[in-house]
Design a protein around this ligand. Structure first.
Ligand SMILES: *Cc1c(COP(=O)(O)O)cnc(C)c1O
Length: 346
């Protein structure tokens, strides 16, 4: 597998260590609660993020949807930003499964950055009256790291927590890239998770596990979520085979995410030197590089890179391209990507 895939960090394949841990995993039946490897993963995950309990789920989407189903009641309202995964990439599941209504906040342009969100924007959307005409706000949710590749500072999270306490509305964090956020902020994942009531994070993205995510929170919340996971068909049998890779994801891969970030910075800085590229490298905060070309036919660039074994996603309608670095994009491969872009442009 010597192609270079920058489309996402979801494309990562498991490491050799993971494959052998999976082959040798001790398993039981997790629906009966006796798969030792799943139990080990859930205990480890809870310890690392500092929650009472954790639950292994097949996907990040299921983890988020379980959070909605477990926190909310039907007809309740979820305060959320409209650029996030739950709104954009979960196929309307919140309406279908939990029967919730989404009340969106929209990011603004500020200080040269797009999509800026402030705690007051979320607070303004919380329903405070007990008027029978109005839905009741049942949950606040946001992402960190964000799908747009940026990271909220702890001060933002602290303000959100104060709002949550003031209005007695819990917060669910979509932390698909929680450990990327932790690496950028230079803090333990626990410091981030302290500021929310539940968190979902993916083992299968930059952490390289083939399948699986974790939902973590208080013990009684996870107890209910486990019931709901069964309802959604997400209870699995010998899932220790998957959990074995998840354990290595947490122990061995999470500390390496900073390398992916530095390779993303390398690519961004090199792109910034090219006159055909519009990019502000200071906006790169995790493993994602967003930029635009000017005066370059991006469709033919994408095709050209494909012939060189470099897979990149097609540009968004406004021309924005996204390159995502991960464990299998070494600095050497990042250099090859930059060279091939230069070749194409000249
Ligand atoms: C990938 C992702 C998810 C969902 O994970 P899947 O395992 O693909 O279902 C949720 N939220 C964010 C921000 C993500 O990037």
């Amino acid at each position: 597998m010597d192609f270079i895939d920058l489309r996402s960090d979801t494309v990562t394949w498991p490491t050799e260590d993971m494959r052998s841990a999976m082959a040798n995993a001790v398993v039981g039946d997790d629906v009966w609660g006796d798969d030792p490897t799943v139990i080990e993963l859930e205990k480890l995950a809870a310890r690392i993020v500092g929650t009472e309990a954790a639950l292994f789920v097949p996907s990040g989407t299921m983890g988020n949807q379980l959070a909605l189903l477990t926190h909310c009641k039907r007809g309740g309202e979820v305060v959320i930003d409209d650029d996030c995964h739950i709104i954009q990439h979960e196929a309307g599941a919140g309406a279908l499964i939990s029967g919730v209504q989404m009340r969106c906040v929209t990011g603004i342009e500020k200080d040269g950055k797009t999509n800026v969100l402030e705690p007051s924007m979320f607070e303004a959307k919380i329903r405070r009256s007990k008027d029978i005409h109005e839905p009741e706000t049942t949950l606040i949710t946001y992402e960190n790291a964000r799908s747009c590749g940026r990271v909220f500072p702890l001060s933002f999270m602290e303000e959100m927590k104060e709002i949550s306490i003031k209005h007695q509305v819990p917060i669910h964090l979509d932390g698909a890239r929680l450990f990327n956020a932790a690496a950028t902020l230079g803090v333990d994942a626990k410091e981030i998770v302290k500021k929310v009531d539940s968190v979902m994070f993916c083992l299968s993205k930059g952490l390289c596990a083939p399948i699986g995510s974790i939902l973590a929170g208080k013990a009684d919340f996870i107890e209910k979520a486990k019931w709901n996971r069964k309802i959604l068909g997400g209870a699995m049998r010998q899932s220790g085979v998957l959990a074995a890779a998840g354990i290595l994801a947490l122990k061995e891969m999470a500390p390496k995410l900073k390398d992916d970030h530095s390779n993303a910075h390398y690519i961004a800085n090199e792109l910034a030197k090219m006159e055909h590229v519009v990019i502000d490298p200071s906006h790169v905060e995790i493993n994602m590089v967003f930029f635009k070309f000017k005066g370059v036919n991006t469709d033919s660039l994408v095709d050209y890179l494909g012939t060189k074994g470099i897979k990149v996603g097609s540009p968004a309608p406004d021309g924005t391209m996204r390159f995502v670095t991960h464990h299998w994009i070494t600095l050497e491969k990042a250099k090859k990507v930059v060279e091939e872009i230069k070749n194409f442009i000249s």
